[in-house]
Structures are given as C-alpha cells and as structure tokens.
Design a protein around this ligand. Structure first.
Ligand SMILES: Nc1ncnc2c1ncn2[C@@H]1O[C@H](COP(=O)(O)OP(=O)(O)OP(=O)(O)O)[C@@H](O)[C@H]1O
Length: 287
C-alpha cells in the first residue's frame, strides 16, 4: 500500500530559525492529530504536506507523488483538501461564492454538479442557512467553518487541517467530530491543535512536535500510557514533578515521579504530552 504521507529527514529553516529538524514521519489512513506548543513547527509541517512550502532538506511523498515535481504536485493537489491558518482574504465573498470559487479552481466544471457539491459541504459544516452571507459578516468560528467546507470539496483522499477547531463552540466541535467520523475509512486526515482534548476526542493517532522535532508518534492511548502512575494530586507543587498546576478544587496536580503513597490520578493524553514537552506546554494545558 502506498503511504498517504511519508517524510524522511525533513528540515526547514527560516533565516535564523529552525522550524523543522530531521522529521521522519509516515502516516496511514485515519485521523492523526499534530500536537505541540506555540512555535513547535506544526504549521510549517502542514504547509509542506499540503505542497504550499518546500523543505530545505529531506524527501516528501504525498499520496505517492513528489511535491517537488510539478506533475506530482498537481496530482497531489487534485486529491487534497487544505485548511490553512486563517487569512483575512476573500472576506467580501459570500460563503457560497467563496466555496464555489475554490470548487472552480479544483476543476469542477459542471455548474449544477458543482453547486450541489458546494451546498453539500456548507451543509456538512452547518452553514447551509448562512450560505449567502458575506464572510466578513460571519463570526470567527463560522469563518473557520467556511474554510473547512472548502477543504471538504470533492471528497479529498487527504485532508490537511491547520487548527480546525479554533473558535468553534461546543456544538460545532461535536459537528466537526461527526464530519470526521463520516469520512470514508481510506481517507487520511492530518490536523493540528494545541488542545489535548481535541486529540482525545478526534484522533486515534497523534504526533507530538516540539522545537521542530517529532517527540512521539503513536496511538493516543499510548501517549496517555506514558504517564500511567506518574500523575498525582497534593496540597502543594511537588519538587519531584516535571510540571504542576492548581486544580479547580484548589489542590495541585503533579506530573513526574510520584513519592510513595501519592494520591495517583488516572493518566490522560495531556499528561503524557506534558511529560514529553515539559513546562513549555504546561500553561497551555493547565489553562
Ligand atoms: N515565514 C516565516 N518566516 C520566519 N519564521 C517563520 C516563518 N514561519 C514560521 N516561522 C518560525 O518557525 C517556527 C515554527 O513556526 P510554526 O508556525 O510552524 O509553528 P506552530 O507550531 O504552527 O506554532 P503555533 O502553534 O503558534 O501556530 C517558529 O519559530 C516561527 O516563528
């Protein structure tokens, strides 16, 4: 089977900043979450997979093709749906006209079939009744959903979604879950997020990126298992903890090496993530 995404030794620098370093990663069909603190390199990695950016080093294969080759790039783009980080562009379009415009770029030439597809994806993200409103008049979460709708056009084999849940209210998060669950089994989704609860709810597989390096790639349950027996509550931050924070009950949750007799708490993916990334991510998870 051709792997949907295969990166080997990928590196990317922006002037003095190393955004990605020696990233080797193979993705299989299904939903993979890309988790990491601010500046970890998530957007850079997604842009490379989505053929929007070339790496400085390493090899990239997406859907069996090489994005460095113009014919390969075109072949990938025809089978790709991409939600980039939010841009303010196209705000004068209506939701319908914007998604229709992207559908034209995707070579959907039959007008009535194209319009039916535009309606399908707008309905899928819960914007059927807002289709003729201008994008600038929509809320931030609705604009994000317009972006998601265009990524779903034409049933892509690979969906690359940069922070798709930002700005979504709880009901829309649930709907987004349903959209992902409704994709065919052989579709591949790579989505970035800061939120370990997104990963727990949406992604059977997770990649943890920090400072441009892959720290973990495996099942989300295995990320949680890294912290088994290493999470405990106490009256104060414990010096044996790699990370501590105050719980809503006013106690302190500690992740690290517990003392004998510690009040252990079941581990979740966020605790495994904190053990891997340490304090850089602690504030994001604790807040
Ligand atoms: N176009 C660019 N020019 C200069 N530096 C860049 C550029 N794009 C990214 N970087 C730098 O590369 C590093 C990785 O950035 P990237 O946006 O990939 O991280 P991220 O994990 O998506 O972060 P966030 O969670 O904050 O969105 C950061 O240090 C960033 O400042």
């Amino acid at each position: 089977m051709t792997l949907p995404v295969a990166l080997a030794g990928v590196g990317k620098r922006f002037r003095g900043t190393t955004a990605l370093q020696d990233v080797t990663l193979e993705l299989r069909p299904g939903v993979t979450g890309l988790l990491g603190p601010n500046g970890a390199g998530k957007t850079t990695l997604l842009r490379i997979v989505a053929t929007a950016l070339s790496p400085d080093a390493g090899t990239v294969r997406v859907l069996g093709a090489d994005p460095a080759d113009p014919a390969g790039r075109l072949a990938i783009r025809r089978r790709l749906g991409y939600l980039p980080q939010e841009s303010g562009a196209y705000s004068g379009f209506t939701a319908f006209s914007f998604v229709d415009y992207v559908a034209v770029l995707k070579e959907m030439t039959d007008r009535s079939a194209r319009h039916a597809e535009v309606r399908r994806v707008l309905d899928a993200v819960g914007l059927g009744d807002r289709a003729h409103q201008r994008i600038r008049a929509l809320s931030g979460g609705m604009r994000r959903r317009v972006g998601l709708a265009q990524a779903l056009l034409g049933h892509p084999d690979l969906l690359v979604l940069d922070e798709p849940t930002v700005g979504l209210d709880p009901e829309q998060r649930l709907r987004f879950r349903e959209v992902l669950a409704g994709l065919p089994d052989d579709a591949t989704v790579l989505l970035s997020t800061h939120l370990t609860e997104d990963v727990a709810a949406l992604c059977p597989t997770v990649v943890v990126l920090d400072s441009g390096r892959v720290l973990f790639h495996g099942e989300t349950t295995a990320l949680a298992a890294l912290a088994d027996g290493r999470v405990w509550d106490a009256e104060a931050p414990d010096p044996r903890a790699a990370v501590s924070w105050r719980t809503p009950e006013g106690r302190f949750r500690n992740v690290g090496s517990p003392p004998p007799g510690a009040a252990l708490v079941p581990a979740g993916p966020e605790h495994g993530y904190l053990l891997l990334t340490g304090s850089t991510a602690a504030e994001q998870v604790a807040s």
